[in-house]
Structure formats: C-alpha cells, structure tokens
Design a protein around this ligand. Structure first.
Ligand code: ADP
Ligand code: ASP
Ligand code: MG
Length: 424
C-alpha cells in the first residue's frame, strides 16, 4: 500500500516526539508499505513566528509572512528525515516547492491548483521515504512561497495522497480520532468509528479543528479515504468516508464551536435594492469570507440593520473597509463585536427528522444563553452566542442530544420520506 501519514504540531513538538514519529513511519515501511510523510511545524512555532512579525509591524506584508511561516514546516521535515535515516531507512525531505505544490497567488490562504510531484515519485520508487513540509506551496512560475491557511498541513496531506493515488491518508494528532465534540471540553465525548465526508466538512467548517475544512472538501471531492488517529498510541481512529444508510439513523452526530468569529453590524442602511450587493462585493473583493448574514426588516421601510460574521483575523481589515462602504451608502455607522462564538449541531439524520432546531433553542434557553443569530442548512443548525457561554453551551447540547451514547441522539419525529427540508 502507499500510505500518506500526516503528523500535526504536537506530534512533532520536540526531538522525542520526532523520534517516535520516525519509529512509526519506519515500522509502517517495514510492514511492506510505501510511506510519504507530511509534517506540521513544531507546536506553537507558527504562532511564535506570527508574534515576531507583529512586533515589527502591525500589518506585515502577506508575501513575507508566507515565506516566514513556511520555515516552521521546513525545519520539522528535515529533522524528521534525519530521524528516519538514523533508524537505517532512506529518507529525503521536500519543501512544498520541491514537491511541486502549485497554488494560486492568494497569500496566507492559497488554494492548491495542482501537484507535479515528479521528483518525489521517482525517489519513492527508489525506496526513499519522502517527508514533505506541510502547509505550503509555490505560485506558478515559482515567484513566491504561499501558505494554505491555518491547519493547512492537513490539506497538504490529502492533496498529496490524491496526487500520488495513495491507498490511505492517515492524519496523526493528539486525540484518538473524531469525537462527538471536542474531548478537551466534554470528557464524555464519544469517539466515532466513522463519519461521512459531509458531516466532517460541516463540523470542520463550524470550528472542529481536528481537520482543516479545505482538506475535508478535497478528500470528499476526490474520495480520498482519511483516517484520523493519535500519534501517542495505536488505537484505531476514525474513518472519514462516504455516507451510508446507517449514518442517517443518527440525528445529531456532533457539536462544534468556533471562537474565531467576529460580528459586524452596519446600522441604518437604506432599505433599497443593490445595497447588500455593494456591501458584500466590497468585502469579497478583499478576500474576506463572510459566514452568517442577517438583515432585519425595516420597520419604516426606509432603513435597516445588516449583521454578518467573518473570521476574527480579518475583523480589523473588514471593519475599516465596511466603514468606508457604509459612508458611501449613507448608513449610520458600523459596530464590531469580537466576544462572540458560534455553536453548531451537525448530523445527516436532520434531513429526515424534525424538531431538532427547536430542541437546540430550548436547551440554550433553559440555560439562559441568548441567541444573537441563527443559520441552518440541511444537516446543521448554528447559533451565535456570547463567547463566555461557549463551553457551557457545548456541554448542555452534548448532554441534551445524548451524544455520549452510541447510536443515540434522541431523535425528533422521523419524517416521511420525500420531505427533505429542515423543519423547526
Ligand atoms: P494537530 O496539531 O495535530 O493538527 P489540532 O490541534 O489542529 O491538531 O487538532 C486536534 C484538536 O482538535 C484536538 O486536540 C481537539 O481539542 C480539537 N477538536 C475539536 N473538535 C474535535 C472533535 N470533534 N473531535 C476531536 N478533536 C476535536
Ligand atoms: N503550522 C501551521 C499552523 O499552525 C499548519 C498546520 O499545523 O497544519 O496553522
Ligand atoms: Mg491541525
């Protein structure tokens, strides 16, 4: 088998951990597999580098940030290759550029366009274990180094697995797999044996950082089999795979939270066609991803408030931009709130069961947690709440849907086939 193994920051946090990684890699190779390794920077290293840059400038150039941040993964790729060689196995470290990972030019959150990987294929055939620095690529024509967004080594691994036609992509981390919610917040959280790409995609995009969102999107599109497991033990982990009939029986499979959101409210915007288009075009042109949008009905037919959420890292940039647009539109002003969190419940079974959203709102209300915004899709319900209630909300929802019990999540009423709209 050809196996891609990705090791996250805590798995390569120091020399001891890197030795343990090398042991596992060599063991996998000696069992008769070809192994390609993808590594993250040592835990905390990326944040440290960001901190250094911000000591020198409040808005460092994104091109230089990418060059800076990509260095963390280069260090661990070389060290891991050295550790593997010291165990008597041939190994070779590759940067993103050497691996031929070609991306677009959007610095700090580039998208992978293709992977050439010829050199890597050749040395794999010669019996080398290839160790690739995660999180990075190079623009067409090799003009600049790019990075793939926080947590981007997961995407490197899945994309490499797809490009090399690997049989399996293993994501090694500091928990035993994908749980019903973050096991560091709810100790009763249950490890899932398998989860559908779709549910994992929702969980990831709603904040469950165990897998980076784009990596799941990529895995789903190219049907890359992904297993999430711990680098600290040999427990079996969680398989991320195509949906099967069993999965729809469970109404809610997981609870996710995201504290990295901020909310902007544009106050008293004129209530006429074209206003929202203008506002959101300006935000999109700055490569800022908008998540939830709420526009209230104007009571007098003249002015209304528009609220929307964006990643906290883009909050200042978005505020400045939105203030300029608001002025042009004749709005009263813009308010920014950063002390918010998004709490979500996810499950493919929601398609066929009603009453799920109502139960979520009830549970939050019973704990006096106010809901500021709501959004739903076929398989998820999300609420924006005050960030100080994040952990409480996660715990009470996990409890209310009985997620600690296998195969249960206290379904609402099963709906007749054909009705596939979320009712609440
Ligand atoms: P790595 O450095 O290996 O990439 P991350 O810190 O990015 O690891 O992701 C692992 C973390 O994801 C866990 O330590 C856990 O706190 C968090 N997490 C959040 N939601 C979940 C979930 N549903 N299942 C498992 N882990 C989760
Ligand atoms: N080192 C990068 C980060 O901390 C990428 C990764 O770990 O996946 O976001
Ligand atoms: Mg990660």
């Amino acid at each position: 088998m050809l196996i891609v193994q990705k090791y996250g920051g805590t798995s390569v946090a120091n020399v001891e951990r890197i030795k343990a990684v090398a042991d596992r890699v060599v063991r996998t190779a000696r069992e008769g597999n070809e192994v390609v390794v993808v590594v993250s920077a040592m835990a905390g290293e990326t944040d440290k580098l960001i901190g250094l840059a911000h000591q020198l400038s409040s808005s460092p150039s994104e091109r230089e940030m990418d060059l800076l941040l990509s260095s963390g993964e280069r260090v661990t790729s070389a060290l891991t290759a050295i550790a593997i060689e010291s165990l008597g196995h041939k190994a070779m470290a590759f940067t993103g550029r050497q691996m031929g990972i070609i991306t677009d030019t959007v610095h700090t959150k580039a998208r992978i366009e293709r992977i050439t990987g010829e050199r890597a294929r050749k040395v794999i055939e010669e019996g080398f274990i290839v160790v690739v620095a995660g999180f990075q690529g190079i623009t067409e024509g090799e003009d600049a180094v790019t990075t793939l967004g926080r947590g981007g080594s997961d995407l490197s691994a899945v994309a490499i697995a797809s490009a090399l036609n690997a049989d399996l992509c293993e994501i090694y981390t500091d928990v035993d797999g994908v749980y019903t919610t973050d096991p560091n917040i709810v100790p009763e959280a249950r490890k899932l044996e398998k989860i559908s790409y779709e549910e994992m995609l929702e969980l990831a995009s709603l904040g469950a950082k165990v897998l980076q969102t784009r990596s799941v999107e990529f895995a789903m599109k190219y049907e890359v089999p992904v297993v999430v497991r711990s680098s600290f033990n040999d427990h079996p982990g969680t398989l991320v795979t195509k949906e099967d009939a069993e999965m729809e029986k469970v109404v809610v499979s997981g609870v996710a939270y995201d504290k990295n959101q901020a909310k902007l409210t544009v106050m008293a915007v004129p209530d006429r066609p074209g206003i929202a288009a203008k506002l959101f075009k300006g935000v999109a042109d700055a490569n800022i991803v908008v998540d939830m949008i709420v526009q209230n009905v104007s009571s007098d037919g003249k002015a209304t408030d528009i609220s929307f959420t964006i990643p906290k890292t883009d909050a200042r940039k978005a505020l400045k931009l939105t203030e300029e647009i608001a002025k042009e539109l004749g709005a009263r002003g813009v308010a920014l709130r950063e002390d918010i969190a998004k709490i979500s419940i996810v499950g493919v079974g929601m398609r066929t069961h009603s009453g799920v959203a109502a139960k979520m709102f009830d549970t939050l209300a019973a704990h006096r947690i106010n809901i500021a915004m709501i959004s739903t899709s076929e398989i998820k319900v999300s609420c924006i709440i005050d960030s100080k209630y994040t952990e409480l909300a996660v715990r009470v929802l996990h409890d209310a849907f009985e997620l600690e019990k296998a195969g249960s999540s206290k379904p609402g009423k099963a709906r007749s086939a054909g009705k596939r709209k979320l009712l609440y």
